[in-house]
Design a protein around this ligand. Structure first.
Ligand code: FAD
Length: 420
């Protein structure tokens, strides 16, 4: 779940800027200049948040509720960065006010730099939002945004004093943000945002229905993680492109690391068709905060759609004897064949009095929906805490309906299998 702490921090910085900008507004400013520079500054601060979140630091995972949430905020902040920059560009007065010295206030090269940054930003936004461009094609060009960030700093630091006063309160805030952003940028660009690598050899590659289970044996230390966390998997070898994120499906005390990968695109297809035991894999992590053991409620509903099963697999495999949570687990799949690991799950549920499994097969007309939950759960929906992972439409539909039924937002935890 997206945590308020992070969102509050983003809002606090923006509000501080808006207040400082409006309270100490220079006398020569027209309303239009004040408005336009306000948008320019806000756009820059949002971009700085995007840059800072790309550091993947644990402290931000704690504040925002996991890396997947950080990337959601990164994406939204990036979108508003471009929109505000556009409005800033079109609203900024093109002429200096009467009486302002044009030499002292030369707009060169600020305007040109700003224009270049804005064009790149808008192209970047278009590419990022265009789902037809695959993740691997988008990933490297997206790094141009680091250069755009530097351009934006160049733009406002060179802006005429009438538009940007370096020693005003709002100006100092932007400069400090810029310094933090530059440190974050260097940190990320030099790969320091990657968590420690753990080395593994591939022990088994098991074909499942539309998915592949990859079993890894540690070469040195085992990766430490909590059930529900994920890691970046880097298969070694020149044909294996960039790291891909996968939830760890094994339990933390197992001596092997297991991932279950749905066949979706080129990379996951290659895993299924070409990956062989004996190869080397680097795993970096753990990331994420989809942890059901830490919450206040002992009465939990888990809902998995398709491959959204993986975080729950780890949670179930990790459950110890003393765990007395009451878990109602709805596992939605197209049919029994696609409900991978259903036998293992049912065996766990048979062994334990506190877990009930509800397989829901859409081919048989059963879906993960609120009316179904109402029928199956022994008590009102508001008595439980919810953990949901699955396809976006399913997750969004369930969240909307749960809120309608009076379930509080903080009692709903969602894992997104998506960064971009
Ligand atoms: C936190 C998290 C946990 C996940 N856990 C699982 C899991 O347990 N099992 C599972 O099957 N899938 C999981 N996924 C999804 C998995 O990462 C993608 O399905 C996989 O990377 C697709 O790669 P592809 O090239 O085969 O498919 P493509 O068709 O190229 O990509 C499909 C989608 O996957 C995403 N994606 C692709 N490559 C990357 C990448 N290198 N980094 C980040 N995202 C990428 C993009 O959103 C893309 O739109 C998880 C994703 C995230 C973010």
């Amino acid at each position: 779940m997206l945590r308020l702490q992070g969102i509050n921090a983003v809002i606090a910085v923006l509000v501080a800027f808006v207040v400082l900008h409006l309270v100490f507004v220079p006398e020569q400013h027209s309303i239009r200049t004040t408005f336009s520079t306000l948008l320019g500054g806000t756009s820059f601060l949002l971009m700085t948040w995007s840059v800072v979140l790309a550091t993947r630091l644990e402290i931000f995972e704690e504040m925002f509720g996991g890396l997947d949430r950080m990337y959601q905020v990164h994406r939204v902040a990036g979108t508003f960065t471009a929109v505000f920059a556009l409005v800033h560009f079109f609203s900024i007065p093109k002429e200096l006010p009467a009486g302002v010295d044009p030499v002292l206030n030369s707009t060169f090269p600020s305007a040109q730099i700003g224009m270049a940054a804005m064009v790149l930003l808008v192209i970047g936004l278009f590419v990022a939002l265009n789902r037809k461009i695959s993740y691997s094609r988008w990933r490297n060009p997206h790094k141009v945004m680091a250069f755009v960030y530097i351009l934006v700093i160049g733009h406002f630091m060179n802006a005429p004093g009438i538009f940007f006063e370096q020693f005003s309160a709002a100006g100092i805030l932007l400069i400090v943000a810029g310094l933090i952003g530059m440190i974050a940028l260097v940190y990320t660009m030099f790969g320091m945002n990657k968590r420690t690598a753990k080395h593994f050899t591939i022990e088994a590659v098991n074909s499942l229905e539309r998915a592949t289970e990859v079993v890894l044996k540690p070469v040195g230390d085992m990766l430490k993680f909590k059930p529900g966390q994920f890691a970046f998997v880097e298969i070694q070898g020149k044909d294996w492109s960039e790291p891909h994120p996968f939830t760890i499906a094994s339990a933390p005390d197992e001596d092997r690391l297991r991932f279950t990968m749905k066949v979706l695109g080129d990379w996951t297809r290659k895993v299924r068709e070409e990956l062989q035991p004996g190869g080397e894999v680097v795993v970096r992590g753990p990331y994420g905060r989809f942890d059901a053991s830490k919450t206040s409620s002992k009465r939990q509903v888990w809902i998995a759609g398709g491959i959204g099963l993986t975080p729950f697999l780890s949670k179930l495999r990790a459950m110890d004897e003393e765990d007395n949570r009451e878990v109602h687990f709805a596992y939605a799949a197209r049919n029994k064949e696609e409900a991978i690991f259903i036998e293992e799950l049912e065996a766990i549920a048979t062994d334990r009095h506190n877990i009930t499994i509800y397989p829901l097969f859409s081919d048989e007309g059963d879906f993960a929906r609120i009316d179904v939950a109402k029928q199956k759960l022994p008590d009102p929906l508001t008595d439980y805490e919810y953990f949901i992972c699955g396809p976006k439409p399913m997750v969004e539909g369930l969240m909307k309906d749960l809120k309608k039924e009076g379930v509080k937002r903080k009692a709903i935890h969602v894992e997104a299998f998506e960064f971009r």
